[in-house]
Design a protein around this ligand. Structure first.
Ligand code: RIB
Length: 331
């Protein structure tokens, strides 16, 4: 039979809630009682039951992290940043992937609510208001958005300066004489793509140039889809001499399409991508890119959620971190 917290408390001559504080490492317990309780836990070989403890504490010490796709390095690094801070504050993560699919996001959010996570950190699959996020707010479940915002969802949100990062990248291509600059992006519903597209257009306007809208293409959230779209772009009359990709999966698809067309980067076509990738330095040519402080974004998102979990009631914060433009060899 499993040893219960009551048996430990009886043998140690203290209350079950005192044992719970020692096991959960919260609240105050006198040194003498703490030592006695730890000795009885060892003697009886007691193993705490997290479910039972969560009933006492009214907290599961878990945070739900809802991202798009853990196989995308961007989200892997984001998760690392979140987990590093969460663990420091005694929280473990339940991670789930939405694949940019709102139906899946809704199912995941309701499953995490049922599991009584203490709070949610979400990379939203749409920047338009959704009923399931309104439900999270109605239930006063602490929620922090990261990477993208959601209209009318008044919670802390941590993003980067997408528009300025994109503008800087395209201005660099214009300065190097490019006019026929293509742009490839995926989910038009998310604020990162909307803002990066705005930055692309702003760079042309700043230079007094007409925007080559025929070279602006959207695709699905996959490398394969980006590959197909770029292959099409390379075949148009008056094809692009440069391409700006809105994220790392788009960049990978573009590199494959350019190579399969028998073209060289940067000899025949220049390439700049949003998101820096570990392999950008090892790829040949090394890719010029807009780097996001992803790990920092994850840490700040976790810090904001934990501040709310501790009861902070200040108005929602919109935190924008700066991107870094890294010039290498692909232009
Ligand atoms: O690679 C994933 C992309 O989607 C990143 O650029 C991130 O900003 C998200 O929008």
């Amino acid at each position: 039979m499993k040893v219960t917290i009551k048996e430990v408390a009886k043998k140690a001559g203290v209350s079950a809630s005192t044992v719970s504080r020692v096991v959960g490492n919260y609240g105050y317990v006198g040194e003498k009682n703490r030592k006695k309780i730890l000795a009885v836990i060892r003697e009886l070989d007691y193993h705490p039951n997290a479910i039972a403890r969560s009933m006492v504490k009214k907290s599961t010490s878990t945070i739900g992290l809802v991202i798009t796709d853990i196989t995308n390095p961007f989200f892997a690094y984001l998760a690392r940043g979140v987990e590093e801070v969460a663990w420091q504050h005694g929280y473990t993560l339940i991670l789930a992937n939405t694949d940019e699919d709102l139906t899946k996001e809704q199912a995941i959010v309701s499953a995490l609510l049922e599991k009584q996570v203490d709070g949610l950190i979400l990379v939203p699959a749409s920047s338009s208001p959704t009923p399931h996020l309104q439900e999270v707010l109605k239930r006063e479940m602490p929620l922090t958005l990261v990477d993208r915002r959601v209209k009318d969802c008044l919670v802390d949100v941590i993003m980067v300066n997408n528009q300025d990062g994109a503008r800087q990248a395209v201005a660099y291509l214009i300065e190097r004489g490019h006019r026929r600059i293509g742009m490839v992006y995926d989910n038009p519903e998310i604020s990162t793509n909307m803002e990066r597209l705005a930055g692309y257009r702003e760079a042309f306007r700043d230079a007094g140039l007409t925007i080559p809208e025929d070279l602006v293409r959207s695709c699905q959230y996959t490398q394969q889809s980006a590959y197909a779209v770029v292959a099409q772009l390379l075949k148009v009359e008056n094809p692009p001499t440069a391409i700006f990709t809105a994220n790392n999966f788009m960049t990978l698809g573009a590199v494959k399409a350019v190579r399969e067309a028998g073209l060289q980067i940067p000899t025949h076509i220049a390439l700049v991508g949003f998101d820096d990738l570990d392999w950008n330095e090892y790829n040949l040519p090394q890719l010029t890119s807009v780097a996001q402080p992803v790990h920092e974004m994850g840490k700040v998102a976790a810090q904001r959620l934990i501040a709310r979990l501790k009861g902070e009631k200040t108005p929602p914060l919109e935190i924008r971190l700066n991107t870094r433009f890294i010039i290498r060899q692909s232009c």
